[in-house]
Ligand binder design. Structure first.
Ligand SMILES: NC(=O)CCC(=O)C(=O)O
Length: 260
């Protein structure tokens, strides 16, 4: 069984949730019209990194961006994923949510590794739960941007059975080679699909590099966007994961007694 993935590589208006919701609505509708079944948005797609204004612009888990994702997921019978600045009482998180085709939230993952170079640790709290969710019968995982630099964290998701890793990101252009190499490495070492969405455009502090990617469990790039706004649609067959894990059985051959 194949799944059509649609990655919405969009620009984000800095600190302007209403404008970003309007733009995302159009993009999601276009992705669904072109056959996207699982639609992935960038990291903090409603606000960008306008961290010092999160008091005004972050939202609770039933806020307007969540309502939009829920409504469009139900209306188009698709799964919609992406991270949103979350307010929980006095605290703020960078939270990856996924809404399934019934409009139900099937993932709430709070970014575990906060990125100091973009001041996240000054404004946000980190999460400490894994990001596993189901796509039909297929267990997959969702993580956020800087998390991909921590192979040991990604591996914990694979040990729980994940066959695909969804990554939502705002990854600056000067480190595009890191982005590609890290994602390809995570695919090869875990023999899983990687579905990674980066934003494009710029905010007051960074320019973002695009190059959203879909990588198969052999480590081959099967879809890659450029550096402009784009909807990347790629069909994948998650059963390829089993075939490759049988061919080179790294999960049987691991020696956790040596390295935990
Ligand atoms: N938004 C992020 O977490 C950025 C991570 C990043 O740029 C990196 O180099 O790591």
């Amino acid at each position: 069984m194949t799944t059509n993935l649609a990655i919405i590589q969009m620009d984000i208006a800095f600190g302007n949730p209403a404008l970003n919701r309007k733009h995302a609505r159009t993009q999601i509708e276009e992705a669904a019209t072109h056959g996207g079944e699982v639609i992935l948005l960038p990291e903090m797609w409603t606000t960008g990194y306008d961290l010092s204004r999160f008091d005004e612009i972050a939202e609770e888990l039933d806020g307007p961006a969540h309502q939009l994702m829920m409504e469009l997921a139900q209306q188009h019978k698709v799964t919609i994923a992406g991270s949103i600045a979350e307010r929980d009482g006095e605290d703020f998180y960078n939270t990856f949510v996924v809404y399934n085709e019934s409009g139900q939230r099937c993932l709430k993952y709070r970014k575990a590794h906060l990125f100091r170079l973009m001041d996240e640790e000054k404004f946000l709290r980190s999460g400490n739960q894994q990001g596993i969710f189901q796509l039909g019968d297929t267990p997959v995982a969702g993580v956020i941007c800087y998390d991909i630099r921590f192979p040991e964290w990604i591996r914990t998701h694979m040990l729980e059975g994940a066959r695909g890793l969804f990554v939502t990101a705002e990854w600056p252009k000067p480190r595009t080679e890191h982005w590609r190499s890290l994602l390809i490495s995570r695919a090869i070492e875990n023999q899983c699909f990687i579905i990674a969405c980066n934003r494009v455009g710029a905010d007051p502090n960074n320019e973002f590099g695009g190059h959203s990617l879909v990588i198969d469990p052999w480590g081959t790039v099967v879809g890659e966007a450029g550096e402009e706004e784009e909807i990347l649609i790629v069909e994948v067959d998650f059963s390829r994961v089993e075939a490759i894990r049988e061919q080179i059985p790294i999960f049987q051959d691991r020696r956790p007694d040596l390295y935990k």
